[in-house]
Design a protein. Structure first.
Length: 138
C-alpha cells in the first residue's frame, strides 16, 4: 500500500491543530485521492467535513475510515457520534459498542454511547455508561 510521506501527514495535522479548516480539508481530499487505501486521510476528511458543518457529507469518509482500519476504536467513535447526530441511533449504538469492545478503557466512547442511549430514552443504560465514562477519567 502506498502511503503519504511523513511531511504530508505532518502538514495535514499542523493545519488541523492550528484551526485552518479549509487547508486541512484540501489536504485531506488530496490525500484520499492520491492514497485511497490510507485510512488517516479518510479519518481527517470526515473530521474536516464535520467541523465545517457538513455532517451528512462526513458520513461516507468516516465509514471508509472504519472499513480501512476496523481495529481503530477512535474511528468507530467518530462514526458513532456522527450517526447519533444524524438521528440513526441504532447504528450509532452498534458502532459505539464496537469502539468499546476494541478499547475497553475508552471513556469518550462510553460517554457518547450514554448520550445515544439517553436520546433513545434508555435512561438506565445511559446512566450506566456515563458512570463508566466518569470512572475511567479519574
Amino acid at each position: 500500500m502506498q502511503s503519504p510521506s511523513q511531511q504530508q501527514v505532518d502538514a495535514l495535522f499542523m493545519h488541523y491543530q492550528s484551526g485552518r479548516h479549509e487547508e486541512f480539508e484540501r489536504l485531506a481530499i488530496l490525500m484520499t485521492e492520491e492514497f485511497p487505501a490510507y485510512q488517516i486521510g479518510w479519518k481527517a476528511l470526515g473530521a474536516a467535513l464535520k467541523q465545517t458543518g457538513r455532517l451528512s457529507e462526513s458520513l461516507v469518509p468516516m465509514q471508509r475510515s472504519v472499513e480501512l482500519a476496523p481495529q481503530d476504536a477512535e474511528a468507530h467513535n467518530n462514526l458513532g457520534v456522527t450517526l447519533q447526530e444524524l438521528g440513526n441511533l441504532g447504528a450509532a449504538e452498534t458502532i459505539l459498542r464496537q469502539a468499546i469492545v476494541l478499547q475497553s478503557d475508552f471513556s469518550e466512547a462510553y460517554y457518547n454511547l450514554g448520550n445515544t442511549l439517553q436520546e433513545a430514552g434508555r435512561l438506565d443504560e445511559a446512566e450506566a455508561n456515563f458512570k463508566a465514562s466518569n470512572s475511567l477519567e479519574t
